[in-house]
Design a protein around this ligand. Structure first.
Ligand code: S3P
Length: 442
């Protein structure tokens, strides 16, 4: 993909939708594959990461049709999988690899999971430890428990796992393994992380029990096949939410987006920063879906730390950009997890913000940004990380002169249509159908 060239955009007054939620798309194909019949999944995100999860389930013997890019028909195999003929390639996707570890821990065969250069540097001990306690054998071929992973699954015993990290991937891996264990598997996390796995298990009529930070389920249950609608991804919407929030006079409506309150932390952050934010729920079957309306303003700095971090973990790159555009200081703390994402996101954000003229200091687990200084265009790297590429494309909309984002192929992992929407925002920031948005549908 060519470099992106970004320049200042006129005031945004538009409505848009975003593609399906990445986290939910992964889970939908895995749980449907475990179910007892066909499930039609609509709104599936056909991005590289989620297609890796679909390909993995196919490699395990699951028939999956894709009549349209965003529709999958998954023929559940009642939790029975077949030995894959080759290694399973998880690409760039940590969610694919970690959640698959949970499923494969309970299978009576050996599987090897591989990933790209970035995934091969990501920590896997966090899933290896609990799954080993449950009885699986997982050998990491990379140094320090890094992929490739060779998994020898088998009969599992239930455990109560106290996760040291607030990670939905870890929680989900243990719960998925728990589906194959004999008895009650329990996971307690230190801070609430996204609860899509628990909700989807419930939707597929497996009964997890949730109590504060603890989730438990009994193994041996087969999910009941049901059709499923994936909502738009609030983490993809976040880029446009910030683009509008930081522009006085801007007005944006994002429709049909996921409003799960373990993911909407960005809205609270934008309210504290001074934007006008309204959220209207339309539907709440497996996952709440609705609209978000944003009115832009002069933003002010804020602090994001502690319990709020897991809720905004994927939005921190674009929140840091909002911090650079805001007046005053923005502090991000307790976010050491950003160092082990697709790249070291704290280092990548600090490098790129500095290149645009912002004043930033990097701490061990966060950033301090002195906002308000005018940003200037620069030639920036994505560091092979989709969210860094997109966050800095948005920064470029506010900079004096041209910003070039290099190495943008990585965006295909989560938001294949981002570049088209960016062009639209730069050249047609007013939607012809909705010149002025006066209200939201009930
Ligand atoms: C995800 C959980 C988060 C998030 C990632 C997707 C998921 O990772 O950053 O993009 O789908 O469960 P961690 O579980 O490592 O926090």
């Amino acid at each position: 993909m060519p470099d992106w060239k970004v320049h200042r955009a006129p005031t945004i007054q538009t409505e848009l939708t975003v593609p399906g939620d990445k986290s939910i798309s992964h889970r939908s194909v895995m749980l449907a594959a475990m179910s007892n019949g066909p499930c039609v999944i609509r709104g599936f995100l056909p991005s590289e990461d989620c297609l890796c999860s679909a390909a993995a389930m196919r490699a395990l013997g699951v028939k999956i049709e894709q009549p349209e890019p965003e529709t999958l028909i998954v023929h559940g195999t009642r939790r029975k999988f077949t030995v894959p003929e080759h290694d399973i390639d998880c690409g760039n996707s940590g969610t694919t690899m970690r959640l698959l570890c949970g499923i494969l821990a309970g299978q009576p065969f050996r599987t090897r999971l591989v990933g790209d250069a970035s995934l091969s540097k990501r920590p896997m001990k966090r899933v290896i430890e609990p799954l080993t306690q449950m009885g699986a054998s997982i050998r990491a071929e990379g140094a320090n428990d890094r992929p490739p992973l060779v998994i020898e699954g088998g009969p599992l015993k239930p455990i109560h796992f106290f996760s040291p990290v607030a990670s939905a991937q870890v929680k989900s891996a243990v719960l998925l393994a728990g589906m194959f264990a004999s008895g009650k598997t329990v996971v307690t996390e230190p801070i609430q992380s996204r609860d899509h796995t628990e909700r989807m298990l419930e939707y597929f009529l497996v009964r997890p029990v949730k109590e504060d930070l603890t989730v438990s389920l009994y193994g041996g249950q087969t999910p009941e096949s049901r059709d499923f609608q994936v909502p738009g991804d609030i983490s993809s919407a976040a880029f446009w939410l910030v683009a509008a929030a930081a522009q006085p006079g801007a007005h944006l409506l994002v429709r049909d987006v996921g409003l799960n309150d373990t993911r909407t932390g960005i809205l609270g952050v934008l309210v504290r920063m001074g934007a006008g934010v309204r959220e209207v729920h339309k539907n709440d079957e497996a996952e709440p879906i609705g609209s978000i309306e944003i009115r832009g303003d002069r933003l002010k700095g804020t602090t994001i730390a502690g319990k709020e971090i897991p809720n905004v973990i994927d939005e921190l790159p674009i929140i840091a950009v909002a911090g650079a555009l805001a007046h005053g200081k923005t502090v991000i703390a307790d976010a050491g997890e950003l160092r082990v994402k697709e790249t070291d996101r704290l280092a990548a954000i600090a490098t790129n913000l500095r290149a645009m003229g912002a004043q930033v200091s990097e701490t061990e687990d966060g950033l301090e940004i002195m906002g308000g200084a005018p940003l200037h265009g620069a030639r920036l790297q994505s560091f092979g990380d989709h969210r860094i590429a997109m966050a800095f494309a948005i920064a470029g909309l506010f900079a004096e002169g041209e910003t070039i984002i290099e190495d943008t192929d990585c965006v295909a992992t989560s938001y294949p249509g981002f570049a088209d929407m960016l062009e639209k925002i730069m050249h047609e920031p007013k939607s012809p159908q909705v010149p002025v948005i006066t209200g939201l549908p009930a």
